[in-house]
Design a protein around this ligand. Structure first.
Ligand code: AMP
Length: 391
């Protein structure tokens, strides 16, 4: 997700810039001013409560703002990110925004402050008043709105300066130049953002080969915990020896060991654009581990695939694979195959269900030939990460 807030005094050009930005970065637009005007036009309870305050150029209560924002977010769960215009406007709203982002499992990436001196704001708003039809576009109310901005809204900047995700740009330039400055800042943030994709699917659904091919195409690090454990055994490292013993006695590898390997992998992958995880997380516990680990690196999961293939087809594929040199240890007998499928059903499906509550999980039909499934996944990735260059 990419979440941005446009900040600045009335008349700074937030609405004008938003029109372009939501298209370019595929963002969902939330302008609290527009939302309030809609409530007003529909003469809802909220609208009626807010009317006299808006007409005087005051700030509507934080309680009303929370309600309209929550409603809008709830009605639009599957978006690429949000562009907030005119929110947060008070110190309290800055906390509200943080809380909303946490609830959505994401964060505000950037607060862009469009800086315009007061006399310029007044000039622009008076000009706008000729055509806007807004009840708050007249000189007396404009002065009041600016006063509110100085007293209640400007302190919000300190909140974001402290968090380090604040940038100011010069708003007294031609519109296209302001846009260019904003796009540059956003692209900069996007280029530093890790792309973390998790691929779910039953054994035999093609997650491994699809994940590897995607990682190669988009220059991402492929992370398959099963293969990492095998690698340790091959190296005969200390972890490898432990794992071998566990395998031989038929025990599961404890999460502590896998955590250490994953940490090492992430640490050693400095400078990569992101990761594709396959075979992890497999349990609810592991989903919390992965979320925590990525959070440590100021990152999070931002794309999830669930590749679905009919059970009979899975068994057919796994049986076929067991007779080739690509055979996995768990392909060896029907009993092991059934055990693996069963484990996915009981332990991993609940993880996918958990993620569905906060992420947009792309369900992919894994039955068609490899190339077709691959192409479908590429399309989804490219629409989610518009700035992604292929490797
Ligand atoms: P705008 O369209 O952003 O200029 O907002 C117009 C008016 O709506 C403001 O002057 C406020 O009265 C009200 N308003 C919009 N957003 C907020 C907000 N986040 N908090 C409080 N009042 C708001």
């Amino acid at each position: 997700m990419l979440n941005i807030a446009l900040f600045g005094p009335p008349g700074a050009g937030k609405g004008t810039q938003s029109e372009f930005l939501i298209k370019k970065f595929n963002l969902f637009y939330i302008s609290t001013g527009d939302l309030l005007r809609k409530e007003l036009a529909n003469e809802t309870k909220l609208g009626l409560q807010a009317k006299s305050i808006i007409a005087k150029g005051g700030l509507v209560s934080d309680e009303i703002i929370v309600q309209i924002i929550e409603k809008t977010i709830k009605n639009n769960p599957d978006v690429n990110g949000f562009l907030f215009d005119g929110f947060p406007r008070t110190f309290v709203q800055a906390y509200i925004l943080e809380g909303l982002m946490i609830k959505l499992g994401t964060k505000l990436d950037l607060l862009i402050s469009i800086e315009v001196p007061e006399n310029e704001s007044v000039k622009r708003l008076l000009e706008r008043a000729k055509t806007s039809g807004r009840l708050d576009d007249n000189e007396e109310v404009i002065r009041n709105r600016l006063r509110e901005y100085h007293v209640k809204t400007l302190p919000v900047l300190d909140f974001f300066k402290e968090r380090g995700n604040y940038t100011a740009i010069n708003g007294v330039q031609p519109i296209a130049d302001v846009t260019n400055d904003i796009v540059k800042i956003i692209n900069d943030v996007l280029s530093k953002k890790l792309i973390n994709i998790v691929i779910f699917g039953y054994p035999g659904s093609g997650r491994g080969s699809l994940g590897k091919a995607l990682a190669q195409k988009y220059n991402l690090e492929f992370v398959a915990t099963g293969a990492m454990l095998d690698e340790e055994i091959k190296k005969n490292s200390k972890i490898g020896q432990q794992v071998k013993e566990l395998y031989e006695t038929g025990q599961l590898v404890p999460d502590e060991i896998v955590i250490r390997l994953l940490e090492q992998k992430i640490e050693n992958s400095k400078g990569v654009k992101g990761f594709i995880f396959k075979g992890y997380p497999r349990t609810l516990v592991q989903s919390y581990i992965l979320d925590g680990m990525l959070r440590k690196h100021d990152s999070s999961i931002n794309k999830i695939f669930d590749i679905q293939v009919d059970t009979l087809e899975l068994i057919r594929r796994l049986d076929k694979r067991s007779k080739t040199d690509k055979a996995m240890p768990y392909d060896s007998s029907t009993e092991r195959i059934v055990q693996r499928l069963e484990e996915h059903k009981t332990k991993t499906i609940p993880v996918i269900e958990k993620y569905k509550e906060i992420h947009d999980v792309s369900v992919i039909d894994g039955t068609p030939p490899f190339e077709q499934v691959f192409e479908q996944m590429c399309k989804e990735i490219e629409s989610s990460f518009k700035n992604l260059a292929t490797g």
